[in-house]
Design a protein around this ligand. Sequence first.
Ligand code: AR6
Length: 178
Amino acid sequence: MARIEVIQGDITTLRVDAIVNAANSSLMGGGGVDGAIHRAAGPALLEECRKIAAERRELPGGPCPAGDAVITGAGSLPCRYVIHTVGPVWHGGRGGEDKLLASCYKKSLLLAAGAALESVAFPNISTGVYGYPRDKAAAVAIAAVRETLSGIQGISRVIFVCFDQENYRLYRRTLSGL
Ligand code: AR6
């Protein structure tokens, strides 16, 4: 079973196999962690995203609907790959947000395993602009990662990268079962 870690910091600095981006369905960049990743990666990342978006533009929900994920190279980032996933916008919890958020973590890990990657770092998807309550998002994220890891092989390290102290404390607490 993979080791699950929590750190506080900037996901763009990590030398892991893949970092996960909290993107939007256009895959064309945005604010928050998406903006930070594209700024640090440089134009090569946007170019790759543009190609994937063009190939997937006929999909219902846009090139990357909520709950789905795609993988690209990493441009100038120190990691090797970026997995772009799109979290749900929080609408009060009755729109299947929990399933869509769990799917982001699951599909990202399946893509990483399919590419024979060993270490994957996640931001706290949907907890910024998309407004998902942090405590609920942490519980869904941790459960989805644990469940997915129990069914796949090869991934030895998953890191939850919390930008702010509130999320960091929440993840530490939830992971230790307190
Ligand atoms: N490293 C790690 N985490 C970060 C970083 C960073 N450098 N910067 C921000 N965060 P958000 P969302 C945290 O808003 O809610 C974009 O415009 C942040 O504190 O980035 O899924 C996309 O294009 C928060 O906890 O993503 C979409 O339109 C978490 O990352 C939309 O925002 C997620 O916040 C997606 O919204």
